[in-house]
Design a protein around this ligand. Structure first.
Ligand SMILES: [Zn+2]
Length: 98
């Protein structure tokens, strides 16, 4: 008999000051990552889905964000700023011509 299922994990990645789209207050928001893992015999093996969301600590409204947005928000909070403008893109590669 094989027992399998899923298990959810919640990680708090950062706390950011954002203007809430729900209550309109510039308040602290938690940036969270929710990972669902496939389990076999209650042992988590690998993640099935990863979702990101911010939650307003003032009114509790949750807003889903993409992985890219979450990473950007995390970078902003790590830099201590919050005004963005620090996006980095890879150097364009010169095509080789022979
Ligand atoms: Zn709010």
């Amino acid at each position: 008999m094989i027992i399998f299922g899923t298990k959810g994990y919640l990680y708090q990645l950062a706390i950011l000051t954002l203007v809430c789209g729900h209550c309109g207050n510039p308040s602290a928001h938690t940036l969270r990552k929710r990972v669902t893992k496939f389990t076999l015999f209650f042992v988590p093996l690998f993640p099935i889905s990863t979702k990101y969301a911010t939650q307003c600590t003032f009114c509790g409204a949750e807003q889903k964000v993409t992985k890219e947005q979450a990473e950007q928000l995390q970078t902003q909070s790590a830099a201590g700023g919050g005004y963005g403008g620090q996006q980095q893109y890879g150097q364009p590669q010169q095509p080789y011509q022979s």
